[in-house]
Design a protein around this ligand. Structure first.
Ligand SMILES: [Zn+2]
Length: 450
């Protein structure tokens, strides 16, 4: 048996090089010393959102970087096609929840780390669940899910009376994303750096090829394939639905695309490219996930310990042609609905919760449907589940002012649905509510009741 003290010192030798010594690039609040490592291990709580290609890497990287209190949330079960890159899973795990298997595998290999899995949708957790973590790490492939977690993390942010963000309420996030040979890693410090929503234009909706290009001036193999898929199929097989999982259908598209490519002298149409274009398959590459996840875990370590300044604030990696990496500093959108101080609503003290919900749903900046309302963690009205709806329904006829314990000015959280690119998605919005008349009286009182 190895000496446990020796083993533990040897195990953290590299981490200690970062945490025991001062340096020129450290944060202002950095205090080197053995206490820092034990604080990291004891107190830093990280949530990993997603247990797929990036999530598996993130959990492993966090566990090996000294974090010991980890949780992971993912709603998916393991599929055979995951096994080439989601390296914590084996053939016999197919069908089991990703979060549970990933947590179990990392705990088996890295002693001392504790990982709590959550096998559910991110929206199924109460918003307060997310407030329990020091850092939230995102290993997601969906824009909607990122947008939701971002809104949750930003909802904890509070502003002082001069509209400056309050440091203690900032919930830092590290976000990774990969697509084939490309990837990004970013640090989001709500109130300081741009949040996901401030730079939503970085993720434009997927553009389909214009039909006129497909019909008249194809230039690439993909154009020929989409011509066969989107135009020719309907012309020839009127009424018959195309099934991307039917090999005969795919073969038909392939041969039509080949004819088209020959006509225009375009090289490169193959059966596998046909599948890729029609099913919009972007190959997932294990090494890209590893690189991006390593960058994210390192940023989280810097955030937790201050051992170096974090990246500011958006790293892109491109291994498609040669290798390029670049860090870009993006700026906050000061009018952002998500990370800003929140839309300000001036209300009469007599307004009922029902009327308030109608006001919010019709507000031109908010435009959300099915609004549920919470105040300081208290559910004022919930649209779902039915049992909560029933419990909170009687509040609808009560004045909002009373439901907020006669607070003259405070933050209210609204969850609901918004339509984005013809898709309905969950959203969370922060509102600042001020009751008319009340605030003035309070100020006069504190000024001596003049
Ligand atoms: Zn923002």
């Amino acid at each position: 048996m190895a000496n446990p003290d020796f083993e533990s010192n040897a195990r953290w030798r590299d981490l200690d090089k970062l945490l025991l010594r001062p340096g020129n690039l450290v944060n202002e609040n950095f205090e080197p010393g053995p206490q820092l490592r034990s604080d990291l291990q004891e107190y830093a709580r990280v949530l990993v959102v997603g247990a797929g290609g990036l999530g598996c890497e993130l959990l492993k990287d966090f566990a090996l970087s000294g974090f010991r209190n980890l949780e992971v949330i993912d709603m998916d079960r393991i599929e055979v096609t995951n096994l080439n890159r989601q390296f914590l899973f084996r053939l016999q795990d197919v069908g089991r929840p990703k979060a549970e298997v990933a947590a179990q595998r990392v705990m088996e290999r890295v002693s001392g780390v504790n990982i709590v899995p959550h096998f559910c949708r991110i929206e199924d957790k109460e918003v307060e669940f997310y407030n329990d973590f020091n850092i939230i790490a995102l290993g997601l492939d969906s824009i909607e899910a990122r947008s939701y977690i971002n809104a949750v993390a930003c909802s904890f942010l509070e502003y002082d009376s001069e509209d400056n963000p309050i440091q203690e309420t900032m919930k830092p996030m590290v976000d990774g994303g990969t697509e084939g040979f490309k990837g990004h890693a970013r640090v989001i410090m709500p109130g300081v750096t741009p949040c996901f929503e401030c730079t939503i234009w970085l993720f434009p909706p997927q553009v389909k090829f214009p039909l006129c290009t497909l019909a008249e001036t194809p230039r690439t193999a993909a154009h020929c394939i989409e011509y066969a898929h989107l135009i020719k199929w309907d012309e020839v097989n009127s009424g018959k639905a195309f099934d991307a999982d039917d090999p005969e259908h795919m073969q038909w598209i392939y041969s039509e695309a080949t004819k088209r490519a020959e006509l225009f002298g375009i090289p490169g149409v193959t059966y596998s490219l046909t599948q890729g274009v029609v099913k919009n398959i972007i190959p997932a590459i294990a090494s890209t996930n590893a690189i991006i996840s390593a960058a994210c875990a390192l940023e989280a370590l810097k955030l937790a310990t201050g051992c170096s300044k974090t990246l500011s604030n958006y790293l892109t990696y491109n291994g498609l042609e040669g290798l390029h990496t670049k860090v870009t500093e993006f700026f906050k959108d000061k009018d952002c609905l998500v990370c800003g101080p929140g839309v300000l609503l001036e209300l009469d003290t007599s307004i009922t919760l029902q009327k308030f919900i109608e006001l919010v749903e019709e507000h031109p900046k908010l435009l959300l449907a099915k609004a549920s309302v919470t105040h300081r963690g208290k559910n004022l009205y919930m649209q779902a589940p039915p049992v909560l709806e029933e419990m909170t329904r009687s509040n609808l006829n009560l004045p909002l002012y009373d439901l907020m314990d006669k607070t003259p000015k405070d933050v209210i959280h609204i969850t609901g649905m918004v339509s984005k690119n013809d898709k309905k998605t969950s959203c969370l919005r922060k509102l600042r509510v001020v009751f008319k008349g009340v605030d003035v009286v309070t100020e006069m009182d504190t000024a001596g009741g003049a």
